[in-house]
Design a protein around this ligand. Structure first.
Ligand code: PGA
Length: 258
């Protein structure tokens, strides 16, 4: 079966990571992005640090989506430093789950992602589950096996894919923040594998899932990814901190996939 991009709106999510330093800068960046992208047909999502979620959401007032960079699976309790899905509701519509930096520095595993993805969906947040192989895994020829494991476990607790508003970001770890993006062909191969696994779970639902590519996406290379049949957008790190550049990426997605 061929992919049917026409049924999926493109999604461009900006992962600001631990930037910027001040609320003033966060609000300024968000406002400038919103001014530039609000009339574009692609879905834009800004994922600021938790401490800037409320001022950013207030500043862009529904013109652009807001996402958290992580969350706890639990609703409440003794989890120092965490943010619960109940707290995010009404502020963010999206949440990134299992970013490779969370896996590397914060002990997140396939199992924690599984709980968080299910919790996000249960709380009507749209999870962007981030998966992807590390360089040594790629060199060992294990890319497909890593994608297979991370995806199957990550979505294991979802009862249905259809209607879950799940998104998947394929982010090869070696491509993140390195300037060394995957090729369009390699990203498409991973996206097609992801779509195939989703189809095994839910034939109809699989075609609703936005599959994003992430890893050194810039205005200069975005077109190569959005031209692929199974890539419905991007998770953008460094380039999302520049409003004009981010808007160019959104415009490219709107042009090719909108
Ligand atoms: P990058 O980051 O665009 O700076 O490579 C992507 C990400 O970490 O989501």
């Amino acid at each position: 079966m061929t992919a049917n991009p026409a049924r999926r709106r493109p999604v461009i999510a900006g992962n600001w990571k631990m930037n910027p330093d001040t609320q003033e800068e966060a609000v300024g960046l968000a406002t400038e992005v919103a001014d530039r992208v609000q009339d574009m047909s692609a879905i834009s999502v800004l994922c600021p640090p938790a401490v800037w979620l409320i001022p950013v959401a207030a500043a862009i007032g529904g013109r652009v989506g807001v996402g958290a960079q992580t969350m706890a699976a639990e609703e409440r309790g003794a989890f120092t430093g965490e943010t619960s899905p109940l707290m995010l509701r009404g502020i963010a519509e999206w949440v990134i789950i299992g970013h490779s930096e969370r896996r590397q520095y914060n002990g997140e595993t396939d199992e924690t992602c599984r709980h968080k993805v299910a919790s996000a969906v249960a709380h009507e947040l749209r999870p962007i589950l981030a998966i992807g192989e590390r360089l040594e895994e790629r060199r060992a020829g294990a890319t497909a096996a890593v994608i297979d494991r991370q995806l199957r476990i990550g979505i294991a607790d979802l009862q249905r894919i259809a209607g879950s508003s799940l998104a998947i970001a394929y982010e090869p770890v070696w491509a993140i923040g390195t300037g060394n993006a995957a090729t369009g062909d390699d990203a498409q191969a991973a996206a097609a594998q992801i779509r195939g696994i989703l189809r095994e779970r839910d034939l109809e639902g699989a075609d609703q899932v936005a599959i994003l590519y992430g890893g050194s996406v810039t205005p200069d290379n975005a077109r190569e990814f959005f031209a692929q049949p199974d890539i419905d957008g991007a998770l953008v790190g460094g380039a999302s901190l520049d409003a004009a550049g981010f808007a160019e990426i959104v415009a490219c997605a709107a042009e090719l996939r909108g």
